[in-house]
Design a protein around this ligand. Sequence first.
Ligand code: GDP
Ligand code: MG
Length: 458
Amino acid sequence: MLEGLGSALKKGFDKIAGAMFLDKKTIELVVKDLQRALIQADVNVHLVKELGERIKKESEDEKVKGIEKKEHLTKILHDEILNLLGKEKHEIKLEKGKQTKIMLLGLYGSGKTTTSHKLAAYYAKRGFKVAMLGLDVHRPAAKEQLKQLGEKIKVPVFIDKDENNALKTYKKFKKELEDYDLVIIDTAGRHSLDKELVDEITTLGKEIKPDYVFLVIQADIGQAAKTQAAEFQKACNINGVIITRMDSTAKAGGALTACNETKAPVFFIGTGEKANDFETFNPNSFISRLLGLGDLEGLLERVQSAVDEKSQKKLKDKLEKGHFDLRDFQEQLKQMGNMGSMSKLLEMVPGLGKAKIPENMLDNQEGKMKNWQHAIDSMTKEEIEDPEIIEKQTTRLGRIAKGSGTTTSDIRQMLKQYKILKEMATGTGDLANFDPSQGLNQKQMLKIAKKFGRKMKF
Ligand code: GDP
Ligand code: MG
C-alpha cells in the first residue's frame, strides 16, 4: 500500500537526519525526491508543486539553526503530507440501544457490497448489534452476494428476493430493523452518476433518513476521485468517502488527497477482499505507518541525537568553523556516560550518526574512555588546543600519564581516535568530501580501518 511513497518519505527523512549541515542543496534534493514520489502516487501535480514551494520557503527561516533546523524541516515535511491527506480523523458516532443507519453509494464495482460486510464485521466485533439491508434490488445476484457475505461474518441480512423496488423493500423491514444498533444499507450502482441514480438515492434518502451516507470509491481511479466525490457531494450530500482497493494500486495517494481536497473526508479504507481488510482512516497514523515509525515524536527523536541539545549546538557551531579540539572530544566522552562506546560517540557528533562504521571496529573502548577523560583533565590549555605538541615532546606524554594515572600508550591511542573523529567531523584530511547522508564509502572505510590497525570484513 503506497510503498513507493513510504520509502521515498523515509529516504527523505534519513537524508535530513544524516546531513551534517542542512544546506539549500540538501533541502532541494529532499523536496525533489518527495515530489517525484507523490506524483508517482498520483497526487495532483499542482498540489505537489505548491507543497514543494511551501517547504522550501519555510525551511529558509534563517533564525532556525543546527539541530533545530533539522527538526524544523522534518516537521514541515510531515505537516505538509498530513495536510495533503487531511488533518483529522473522522469517526462515526454509534450508541448501543439507539439505531444508526449508514447508507453506501457508489458506481458499479466500487466495492459497496464488500464494504457493507466489512463495516458490519467491524462494528459487530465491537459489540454492536448489526444488520445489513440489501437495496441493490435489480440484480438477483447482488442480493445473494450480500446474503453470503452476511453468513460469513454471522450478521443478519435483510433482502427480498421477489421485490425489485428498493423503497418497498425498506418499508417491509423497517420495523424489524429498529432492533439493531447499526443498519448498513447496500445500494445499487450505475456506470455513472446519472439522473436515474440521483433520483433513486434521493427518494431512498428522504424515506430512510440515514445518519451517514458514504460514497464508496476504488483507489485505482486515483485523482479522478476528485470529480466523482465532488459530483456525489453535490447531488447526494454525502458525509464522506470510503476508499477501497488500497492494496491493489500505487495510485492511492491520488484518491486520498483528491477526497481531502473536495472536503469529502475519508472515513475508512479497504485493503483487501476479506472482512478484516478494513480500517478507519487516520491521516496521522497513516503517515507514521508509511514511515514505519510510531509518530512525529518518534521521527523527531530520530533527528535529534539522544544528547543535550545545547552542547550539541555549541559543538556544531565549532564544527562549522572547522574546529574540534580535545576539549570538545572530552565533552563528547562525558555525554556518553558509562554506557557509551565509540560508535555511540560517533552517533552524537552531528551528521556522523549515519556513518555506517562497523561496531566491532569501535567497541572495546568503554573502559578506556574514563582514562581518556582523566588524561585530558591533566593537560595544559596549550596541549588541549594543539595536541600535536604532546606527541612531539614525550616529556609531556609522561607527565600527563603520571598525572592522570594512565599510560602513555593510552594517551597515544586517545589522540589517534581524536584525530580520526576530528577529520570526520570537520571534513578535512583523508575524509574530506565525506557525505554523511551517504555514509562512508569503501575507500574511506578502509582508510579508517587502517588507522585503527585492525582487519575488517565487508
Ligand atoms: P459493488 O458493485 O460496489 O457492490 O462492488 P463489490 O463489493 O461487489 O466489489 C467489486 C469487487 O472488488 C469484488 O471482486 C471485491 O472482492 C473487490 N473488492 C472490494 N473491496 C476491495 C478491496 O479493498 N481490495 C481488493 N483487492 N478488492 C476489493
Ligand atoms: Mg454490490
